[in-house]
Design a protein around this ligand. Sequence first.
Ligand SMILES: [Zn+2]
Length: 242
Amino acid sequence: MLDRLAELETAVSYITLAPDGEPSFTYQPGDLPILISAPHATAHQRRQRLKGEEEFTGALAQFLAETTGIHALFSHYRSLGDPNWDRDSPYKQRLREIVQDNNIRFVLDLHGMSNKYKIGLALGTMNGRSCPDHESLILQTVEKQLQPTSQTAAKKFSTLRWDHFVLNHSRFTGGLANYTITRFASQQLGVPAVQIELCSSARVVERRPLDKWPVPFRGQPEAIQQTMDLLQALVNAVLATT
Ligand SMILES: [Zn+2]
């Protein structure tokens, strides 16, 4: 799985703009009525400021789609705007078409956050509003998948634990006050949605070396495996309700 993720990620162009006439995102059709979205897989611009790619969210979305048969939409080239933040964006328009054409019943919106928050996984449901009928099912699934190895260790958040998760952390609510994909799907399209934020350790197979950081960063292989198991379990849990 790690090799395949690395291969899929190589095809994502973080900084290059799309060739003329092509969109900055790619849609990979599926057979099942669920969509995984990764709007920040490449660099993007929010209020004139260039924001970095959330590495491996594009690869994880593609891999999840490949292994489960769901639909995937992910940024593929650098975006001139912010597909998640902008009120309207070509990405959101495409998402609307995919949802309508395929009778999509649930949207998983995948993001990456820094390890600095010491949280492995943050789920944003707009305090329950983006998926009222699914929130408890999602929580049960996450709890089952991420059983902490030791209860005492789980309570100590001084170090990053990728099996530690939070729901509606003040930074990652899924969009109470801004125009996120989660909010767009649930409020404008009427499709329940959840925002999933993964720390670097639980998604980055290997970061391309950077000038400021010549030794490549590597996530934890077990954590990445656990991420994939969790995403697949979420797809199965949601499918069972559709
Ligand atoms: Zn993001």
